[in-house]
Design a protein around this ligand. Structure first.
Ligand SMILES: [Zn+2]
Length: 441
């Protein structure tokens, strides 16, 4: 978290006002990293497949959507309030002593006895009011998942894109949940971004597709460069399954705070489509053009958290290690380095004039201007070259391009590799090609 703030990955929201609980802002490097992850996801799910279409549905939806989806009645947690300090807790909060609602119960924050209410069901959706009058009729919700925007549009997408079942719809977007116990940095937040794909299949084939997508998604995660020993599957037991799911597997990562999920693959059956059909009073059946058969598709969902995946990538890349050799002081030196996969790194290269004289800054600026037309690159002429390398190590920048005395003579530069610390001498005219090759994958 300290590095994330120092290097401009993630800041606390509204920090100058003391912060807003569990809400975070992405800084200059964070927004690039997260964007690279989302684009990688979009490319593999939408562009590289013929059977998935993209969608960007609105955050605000008709309130009946959430009745049909079960979120109005089912998306609740039992909570207790303290009448003294006004804090709110989950009824099963282990810090509560005694039975909430009884005189013996003690508030874990203010310590008062008998001030905790009996548990009440509390809906996790954010409510707001649409239109000028704050009356009940105008209550709408901030979507708690992006999936419903896909379900209500599935026939629009299918018909306009002329897809045939099986096919999928992918979407990246914000969702909101009024979590009572958020935490662990950007792991559990009240505003978050999802990368979701709903795959519509013929009933009876969902188990096969479920297995297919489990394999696909795990391969994608490994392709982010995550260490495999930090990844595992977790199958939901009967008491963990969401109200819409028949079978669910999570991909978990071993975070510094333990194993936790950051993506789920769910068999949602026809739960959502059949409920929308009922509540909207509109037929949502698919007509098979070959057999003339009509049916309501089953849905296999892959649901990844963009913020959580970003946290996985950050945690997995973070290393503290000892540097020896010519870059380090005698006897070695500690460095913090983000070993991000080069294609995910916010900055692809940093350009350094070795010293600010003898024509080196001018040449360095020319190289920087040339490179920035191809990659997100950074220019740094402040401080010793060693300190400039360390700053880019912390930013996860995979390559450091140094313009030295030889560069102004023969138009070559050194390119330092973040991980191996090895340096190649490359002709400036070949630099774009050299970096393009290194950044592939
Ligand atoms: Zn209290």
């Amino acid at each position: 978290m300290s590095l994330a703030k120092r290097r401009g990955f993630v800041f606390q929201s509204s920090e100058i006002y003391g912060g807003l609980g569990s809400v975070w802002d992405y800084g200059p490097l964070g927004v690039e990293l997260k964007k690279n992850i989302k684009e990688r996801w979009w490319r593999s799910m939408v562009h590289e497949r013929h059977d998935i279409e993209g969608l960007d549905a609105a955050i605000l939806m008709h309130p009946k959507v959430w009745e049909a989806s079960g979120h109005v009645s089912g998306f609740t947690d039992p909570l207790v309030d303290c009448k003294q300090c006004k804090n709110r807790f989950r009824a099963d909060d282990p810090r509560i002593k005694g039975t909430p609602g009884q005189p013996d119960a003690q508030c874990p924050v203010c310590g008062s006895k008998g001030t905790l209410t009996a548990p009440r069901q509390f809906n996790l959706m954010f409510k707001t009011f649409m239109g000028p009058v704050e009356d009940q009729a105008a209550v709408i919700y901030m979507r708690p998942e992006t999936a419903q925007g896909i379900y209500v549009n599935y026939l629009n997408v299918q018909q306009s894109s002329r897809q045939k079942i099986p096919f999928g719809i992918a979407q990246v977007g914000k969702a909101f949940r009024n979590e009572i116990t958020p935490g662990n940095f950007i792991f559990r937040t009240r505003e978050f971004e999802q990368m979701e794909m709903q795959f519509f299949v013929k009933p009876g084939s969902e188990t096969e597709w479920f297995e297919f997508w489990r394999t696909e998604r795990m391969n994608w995660v490994k392709g982010l460069g995550i260490r495999e020993e930090k990844l595992r599957w977790h199958q939901h037991g009967p008491d963990e399954l969401a109200h819409y799911a028949k079978d669910a597997y999570d991909i978990q990562y071993e975070f510094p705070f333990g194993w936790n999920e950051f993506e789920g693959i769910h068999n949602r059956t026809d739960f959502d489509l059949s409920n929308h059909q009922k509540h909207a009073g509109k037929k949502l059946e698919y007509l098979d053009p070959k057999t003339n058969e009509k049916f309501l598709p089953y849905v296999v969902e892959t649901s990844a958290g963009a913020d959580r995946t970003t946290l996985v990538v950050l945690c997995d890349a973070y290393r503290e290690e000892e540097v020896r050799g010519e870059e380090a002081a005698e006897g070695g030196e500690q460095r913090v380095v983000l070993k991000l996969k080069p294609s995910l790194a916010p900055l692809k290269a940093a350009v350094f004039p070795l010293v600010n004289k003898e024509g080196m800054p001018e040449l360095a600026h020319r190289i920087h201007d040339d490179l920035r037309r191809h990659f997100n690159v950074f220019f740094d002429d402040g401080g010793s070259i060693g300190r400039r390398y360390r700053r880019q190590d912390e930013a996860g920048t995979p390559y450091g391009v140094t313009i030295d005395g030889q560069s102004t003579q023969d138009q070559t530069v050194t390119v330092r590799d973040r991980d191996t610390l090895k340096q190649d001498r490359v002709a400036t005219g070949k630099l774009v090609e050299y970096l393009t090759q290194k950044l592939a994958g």
